[in-house]
Design a protein around this ligand. Structure first.
Ligand SMILES: *Cc1c(COP(=O)(O)O)cnc(C)c1O
Length: 224
């Protein structure tokens, strides 16, 4: 099936949900991204800073670039001027660096806090307790040049649907519990970024508002 066909099928399956489809284009060349662009996609996700900035330079300017992979602090400056949403804020130090770079370019940068939900060996992320502490002690409020829009999570890489569903549920529950708290002015819980090619329908059932779909659109990755 073509990229256009894949996209049509996926869009149809999520249209009822109001969920944003982010096309994860890592490892794919620009002409492949343009096929998705021509099929109407404006939100693209990348996991490497160098690849993201190179593509952003070449491709249409109305694309919204989502940084979804682990982000090193010394690379924040390269994406700060234009990135649309950083999904992968997995430490307070990274949040503070984004704040600093956002101030330099006179922007407010939108981010999501990446929360540990998987049982498997450590993926990157924050614990619920770390987030609660950063709310309470003012660390988040001090980052005046970031806007926290919600949470992101990655489920365990498994075929066990019950495990994945439970992990998505735990992220949704945490999001709901945060909504009941008094949050700093620069923090809202509107978005939950969860779900990839293998589990996006499950994620939507469990309350996802943004799915990050790569291989189901573009086929297998070109390199890793
Ligand atoms: C690669 C990647 C995806 C997309 O994975 P697929 O299984 O190809 O859909 C989603 N989220 C993150 C953080 C990724 O790195």
């Amino acid at each position: 099936m073509s990229i256009k066909d894949n996209l049509e099928k996926i869009k149809k399956s999520i249209v009822h949900s109001n969920c944003l489809l982010i096309a994860v284009s890592k490892t794919k060349p620009n002409e492949v991204l343009l096929e998705a662009y021509e099929a109407g996609i404006r939100d693209f996700g990348e996991n490497k800073v160098q690849e993201l900035t190179a593509k952003a330079e070449e491709l249409p300017k109305d694309i919204r670039w989502h940084m979804i992979g682990h982000l090193q602090r010394n690379k924040v400056k390269y994406i700060a001027p234009f990135v649309y949403l950083i999904h992968s804020v997995d430490s307070l130090k990274l949040l503070q660096e984004i704040d600093k770079q956002a101030e330099k370019v006179n922007r407010k940068i939108k981010v999501l806090l990446q929360v540990f939900i998987a049982k498997e060996e450590s993926k990157f992320g924050l614990d619920e307790s770390e987030i609660l502490e950063a709310i309470q002690n003012g660390d988040i409020a001090n980052c005046k040049h970031v806007e926290i829009m919600g949470l992101m999570g990655m489920a365990t890489n498994t075929d066990n649907e019950a495990t994945i569903r439970a992990e998505f549920k735990s992220l949704k529950n945490f999001a709901e519990s945060l909504k009941e708290k008094s949050l700093p002015d620069n923090m809202r819980i509107e978005e939950i970024s969860m779900g990839m090619s293998g589990d996006y329908l499950l994620a939507i059932e469990e309350g996802s508002t943004m799915v990050r779909v790569g291989s189901a659109i573009f086929g297998a990755r070109n390199y890793q």
